[in-house]
Design a protein around this ligand. Structure first.
Ligand code: FPP
Length: 254
């Protein structure tokens, strides 16, 4: 579990999370099928991964398919799963070359066997990657993640492996899908909406939020640089006051 909070005064983004929104509207505005927007969205994913490597960002988490997205028309769900399958297979060697570790969060039991197998294969192959952890949120919902964590804890409580006195927010972090990730420093949402939509609810308690009207297929390295520049102007206090954040105590704040 990573509990340390990043209060670096240089405003370094260690963990970037992105809600990639606007694919459907991007396509509609061009008289194209929604899936064309998702296809172009994959190019943006590739561009952002490359830029994260250049910028030294260590963790990138992408909201690729929410637990609610299962309710979309079956054609769109199938097309998204196909894109994902291709991405994971095609990018495997590039991930290995660039020291990228692939990780997945969400209720993967709902994914089809071919998708699960491809993910598992690439995750195993890239597990030693040390430059960037690329986390795909698939069949993911923040509330669902918390409930699944609570269920695991409840089982251990019933079996006497956990005591009520041991319960704490730090302990709960260790049961979440993101147990080995730091909390996000910056969450970007493209596409103009200003909400979190059930992404990393627990983890984004002190995350800086950045909303842009740019639709995901148009998001690129320049747009990412703008977001990072904006982040550098922020004053993160984690519920404390400035003076405290200059002291050693800052490492302990929540
Ligand atoms: C939201 O746009 C986007 C999604 C639900 C899927 C995101 C998927 C990709 C970018 C491609 C596949 C991902 C990877 C990692 C290979 P929307 O469809 O809700 O757009 P809208 O709000 O304009 O309708």
């Amino acid at each position: 579990m990573v509990t340390e909070i990043n209060t670096d005064k240089n405003r370094v983004v260690r963990h970037l999370a992105i809600i990639m929104d606007g694919n459907g509207r991007w396509a509609k505005n061009r008289g194209l099928e929604r899936i064309a927007g998702h296809q172009r969205g994959v190019d943006s994913v590739t561009a952002v991964v490359e830029e994260c490597l250049k910028q030294g960002i260590r963790y990138l988490s992408l909201y690729a398919f929410s637990s609610e997205n299962w309710g979309r028309p079956q054609d769109e769900v199938n097309a998204l799963m196909e894109l994902l399958l291709h991405f994971v297979r095609l990018q495997r060697d590039k991930m290995l070359e660039n020291g990228i570790r692939l990780k997945v969060i969400g209720d993967v039991s709902k994914l089809s066997c071919p998708v699960r197998d491809a993910l598992e294969e690439t995750m195993a192959a890239t597990s030693a990657g040390e430059c960037l952890t690329l986390t795909l949120a698939l069949s993911y919902g923040g509330r669902d993640e918390i409930v699944r964590a609570l269920k695991k804890m409840a089982v251990e409580l019933c079996q006497g492996e956990l005591s009520i006195d041991a319960l704490s927010s730090e302990l709960l972090c260790g049961y979440l899908d993101t147990a080995d990730l730091p909390d996000p420093d910056l969450l970007i949402r493209t596409g103009g909406e200003k909400r979190i939509s059930n992404f990393l609810l627990w983890q984004s308690a002190y995350t800086e939020l950045y909303f842009t009207d740019v639709q995901w297929p148009d998001f690129n390295a320049d747009e990412l640089s703008k977001a990072l520049q904006d982040f550098r102007q922020r004053n993160r206090r984690f519920g404390l006051i400035d003076e405290q954040l200059t002291s050693e105590q800052k490492e302990k704040c929540h």
